[in-house]
Design a protein around this ligand. Structure first.
Ligand SMILES: [Mg+2]
Length: 79
């Protein structure tokens, strides 16, 4: 596994965020960032509650699936 510097990681995450905004035609003004991070934190919290067996778990989902979803939501928070 190669190491990545903070500046490079920031650049890559910003690129993902820019692509998301462009594809979804989203204007990212000041309050959007605050509201969006709240939304993504809520999604991360829901997956965390599931993986710690304190949230509702759909029977079709495995714990591996929940873990992957939690990792994806953590990435969304950063992006
Ligand atoms: Mg999300």
């Amino acid at each position: 596994m190669s190491e990545i510097g903070l500046a490079e990681l920031t650049r890559k995450i910003a690129k993902v965020s820019d692509t998301y905004a462009q594809r979804c035609n989203i204007k990212r003004d000041d309050d959007w960032y605050l509201i969006k991070i709240g939304e993504e934190l809520g999604e991360l919290n829901a997956e965390y509650l599931r993986i710690t067996q304190r949230g509702r778990l759909d029977a079709s989902r495995s714990m591996e699936n929940v873990r992957e979803a939690m990792e994806d939501e953590l990435a969304d928070v950063f992006a």
